[in-house]
Write a protein that binds this ligand. Structure first.
Ligand SMILES: [Zn+2]
Length: 260
């Protein structure tokens, strides 16, 4: 069944054969984190999983189970760890989890792996895990492992951002649970969007220096860091298209797959 792209739907002989034939393995790293009163706790993981699923066929790739717990939420990019439902890993465990997944993939014979990060705070932990996994591989005599680290922030064109934010783009950190994620959820998972629960908090304003403990940081009570008003399912469709194309183009290039 070459049209199945989810690892969880493959048998081990099917998986083994596809990996032996050079199929790239695609791993999402998400989070379980508050996304305001209008989006579900699984937003980051749901989006990462679905974007990879949509990109998989064009790459002949297999989508692994998504890492659904992320690095600790930070007040200025996710509201912080004080919200009910935000459930995060210590950095050392997230790094270890991603490293273990990569090490397993290498043991399976995979040499082309793409990681899509769906949660801003994961970025440097993912980078560290990739670095350690490459070191593990080299120690075992594997020198042809290629890992591409994909982030949604790199995928979105300036033109689309300018159109979506005529008042000025607040930056990806403050876009938490805001116009971009809400537009994408409205397009991909409309049943999960509580459109009648949009928060009315103004855009968050933070001190320039981080304060600890995090309850000293002025996080809007809703957990939404910029207004989601102005979201649009059609923006969501265009965001998804740009991100899927980015995943395909960057992975093909990194893996030297050509554009067949
Ligand atoms: Zn998010």
């Amino acid at each position: 069944m070459t049209d199945r792209v989810l690892m969880q739907e493959l048998t081990w002989p099917e998986y083994e054969a596809r990996v032996a034939a050079g199929a790239p393995l695609l791993v999402g790293v998400g989070a379980t984190e508050q996304h305001g009163p209008h989006l579900p706790l699984g937003t980051d993981a749901l989006l990462a999983s679905e974007l990879l699923r949509r990109a998989a066929s064009a790459l002949g790739g297999i989508v692994l189970p998504t890492v659904t717990y992320g690095g600790k939420s930070q007040p200025k990019s996710g509201g912080g760890e004080t919200f009910p439902g935000t459930l995060s890993l210590d950095a050392v465990h997230l790094i270890g989890t991603i490293r273990d997944v990569l090490r397993g993939c290498v043991r399976h014979g995979a040499r082309r792996i793409a990681i899509l990060n769906g949660h801003l705070e994961n970025q440097w932990y993912t980078t560290e895990a990739i670095d350690l996994a490459l070191r593990d591989a080299r120690a075992e005599g594997v020198h042809d492992l290629v890992v591409v680290h994909l982030t949604g922030e790199d995928a979105i064109s300036e033109g689309l951002l300018a159109e979506m934010f005529p008042e000025g783009f607040p930056g990806f950190a403050l876009e938490h649970a805001a116009r971009i994620e809400t537009s994408m959820m409205a397009h991909l998972f409309p049943d999960l969007l509580r459109a009648d629960r949009l928060a009315r908090d103004p855009r968050a304003v933070f001190p320039r220096a981080e304060r600890h403990p995090h309850r000293l940081m002025p996080v809007p009570p809703s957990g939404v860091l910029s207004p989601a008003q102005g979201y649009d399912a059609d923006y969501g469709r265009r965001l998804v298209d740009e991100m899927v194309q980015y995943i395909i183009i960057e992975s093909r290039d990194a893996f030297s797959l050509g554009t067949a």
